[in-house]
Design a protein around this ligand. Structure first.
Ligand code: F6R
Length: 602
């Protein structure tokens, strides 16, 4: 999604803005731009495509100034063209915007009635034109911006830069994140504090409805009621190691390889008194509810689906899982004894946030599992648990997925101990196996070379199926999603048993089928599904802790693990297969086309 940066500095801001935009690249974008003030005059450079285009443009045609704003745009209203790129500018104001203005058609009509015409298809242009109109009506800068902001509906984070106002940035937040950074004698604003790495670690999170006037020495924040408020100043240790590739070619590869270490550190944390105290309120909530509703999007949704099996198997709690974007479409059958569990890496995903608010309004308890613990979901949930994945930059989620599963497993085990639903010896054995997961994950990474050679062949096919049964079914969905999003090969994940109900018609010698089949009580049934594939000359890639029958095209050997935790281990080959296929095909692995890391629009 779009990324915003803004700066009132002491040195030339263009190179700093560009560097900060680089740190926001992970959010996904298709054009970028910056605007600065030089001798009070607005200057602007924009380019379609990657930041390298903008940076080349700035070399050919530099801009100067100590105050500026910058933006990476992920197209929503209007294609990725130069005219639609941000900053948008009218005569004396430049604006960058993240989010969607829902009433932009209304605003367009109102402006048109005033003979003010738009030149682009974007919703952002209406903001710029409206602010310019208010300025021309004689309002001061802050009032013009405030009046503009008050007439917007939807989700937005905004920064305004005004001609002639070298020491002023006006910013506003409604729904989309916005963070102020406090320098020595500089002031920054950004969508994500990661953009401030190396600039400042002193930050203030704006809250929904906040409007702020920034200068180099003073920051005034007003809430949605117009009262001046103080928001806490926090220290965020932004470790630059977490924002570089650490010797890997891509962030995704670094993040895949980090998993054993990160899972080990998370388990260590769970076992400290602090970790246990963190978990206690969540265990209370889950243990006392009658039903669970697990909600997330994409990969986070698949983590919910895996956990759904775990809660039912080990804690005896009935579960529904719903993909967040469909949540409001269901006629909900929940009551106040249903607990909503929301899983999200970013904690900002608009669909998940909207589902959370919906359940909260219905009087249900809300528990979230998040990687970004300063996010909106963390603030709005009754209780939130950190997943301890560290900064994840690759758009395709890898370590956040395994950490979500780990955190959910930790919760399920604690609830199982409390409710004593399952045999407690079995739960103790699972606890021991839980501690082995980092070592097992490390052993799973040993399959990397074999997977690389399979990936070299997979790139020749147009479509790939992934099948799994039980808790491996969501892993089949995850394997297919990973492959699609970064290699652009069509892939479909399905429950093994469903193959014969339609999709088997697609299987012939041009169809690789990834069969996720740990040797558990479902193994025999998984083999029957692969026999169905074999009989149609489908190319089976067996991912298993056993060699399987004859006639298998390729095998990915994994260590044995208790079947309950197999989804955590089997995530590794799914990630590696997608990664190597994408590298082989030469796609943009860390920033796949059309995708954004943090999806802040519904
Ligand atoms: C896929 C992926 C996405 C996210 C989804 C939810 O690799 O990363 O499917 O899982 O957009 O994002 P969060 O977890 O931030 O809510």
């Amino acid at each position: 999604m779009c990324g915003i940066v803004g700066m009132l500095g002491q040195n030339e801001v263009a190179p700093i803005l560009l560097e900060s935009l680089r740190r926001l690249e992970y959010r996904g974008y298709d054009s970028a731009g910056i605007a600065t003030l030089r001798d009070g005059k607005l200057q602007r450079r924009r380019a379609v495509g990657k930041l390298s285009e903008l940076s080349d443009l700035l070399v050919r045609n530099p801009i100067q100034g100590l105050s500026g704003i910058g933006h990476t745009r992920w197209a929503t209203h209007g294609p990725a063209t130069l005219e639609n790129s941000h900053p948008h500018q009218s005569r004396s104001v430049a604006v960058v915007h993240n989010g969607i203005v829902e009433n932009h058609l209304e605003l367009r009509a109102q402006l048109s009635a005033l003979q003010i015409e738009h030149k682009t298809e974007t919703d952002t242009e209406s903001i710029t034109l409206l602010c310019q109109y208010h300025l021309e009506q004689g309002l001061a800068h802050a009032e013009a911006a405030l009046k503009t902001v008050r007439s917007l509906r939807g989700a937005f984070a905004l920064a305004f830069l005004f001609e002639g106002e070298e020491d002023c940035l006006i910013v506003a937040r409604q729904g989309s994140p916005l963070v102020i950074g406090h320098g020595q004698s500089e002031t920054y604003v950004t969508s994500d504090s990661i953009a401030l790495t190396g600039l400042t670690d002193r930050i203030t999170y704006l809250q929904d409805g906040d409007f702020a006037c920034l200068s180099r020495r003073k920051i005034s924040i007003f809430n949605c009621g117009g009262e001046e408020v103080s928001r806490p100043l926090e220290r965020r240790n932004i470790d630059s190691a977490s924002t570089d590739k650490g010797g890997h070619k891509h962030f995704m590869s670094k993040e895949i390889y980090e998993q054993p270490k990160i899972l080990a550190a998370a388990i260590e944390r769970y076992e400290t008194s602090g970790g246990m105290a963190e978990l206690r309120p969540a265990v209370e909530m889950v243990s006392s509810c009658r039903r669970l509703e697990l909600v997330g999007c994409g990969t986070a949704h698949f983590a919910c689906q895996v956990a759904g099996y775990w809660f039912e198997w080990l804690a005896g709690i009935p579960v529904s899982t719903t993909v967040a974007s469909e949540f409001s479409c269901r006629k909900q059958a929940f009551d106040e004894q249903t607990l909503g569990i929301f899983v999200s890496q970013s904690g900002e995903t608009a669909d998940t946030l909207s589902a959370l608010r919906h359940m909260k309004n219905a009087g249900c308890g809300t528990l979230s599992l998040l990687n970004v613990t300063s996010s909106t979901m963390a603030r709005e949930s009754d209780v939130s648990l950190p997943i301890h994945a560290g900064v994840e930059i690759g758009v395709a989620s890898t370590k956040a997925f395994t950490c979500q599963l780990l955190a959910l497993a930790n919760l399920v085990l604690a609830v199982a101990e409390r409710r004593r639903y399952a045999d407690q010896d079995r739960i103790s054995r699972l606890r021991k196996e839980f501690r082995r997961l980092p070592a097992l994950t490390s052993a799973a990474l040993a399959a990397d070379d074999g997977i690389k050679s399979i990936a070299g062949e997979l790139g020749k096919f147009v479509s790939v199926l992934f099948i799994g049964r039980g808790a491996m079914y969501p892993l089949a969905l995850e394997g297919a999603l990973k492959l699609k999003e970064i290699s652009y090969i069509h892939a479909e994940g399905l429950a093994s048993g469903e193959l014969k109900h339609g999709t088997l018609a697609l299987v012939d010698d041009k169809m690789p089928v990834v069969v996720l089949a740990p040797q558990d009580q479902l193994y025999a049934k998984s083999l029957s599904s692969s026999e169905e594939v074999k009989a149609r000359r489908g190319k089976i890639i067996l991912v298993s802790d056993t060699t399987g029958p004859t006639g298998i095209w390729r095998t990915v050997p994994l260590p044995s693990v208790d079947p309950v935790f197999a989804p955590i281990l089997y995530a590794i080959p799914m990630q590696l297969l997608a990664y190597h296929t994408a590298v082989h095909l030469g796609t943009d692995v860390d920033q796949p086309r059309n995708l954004a890391k943090s999806v802040t629009v519904e």
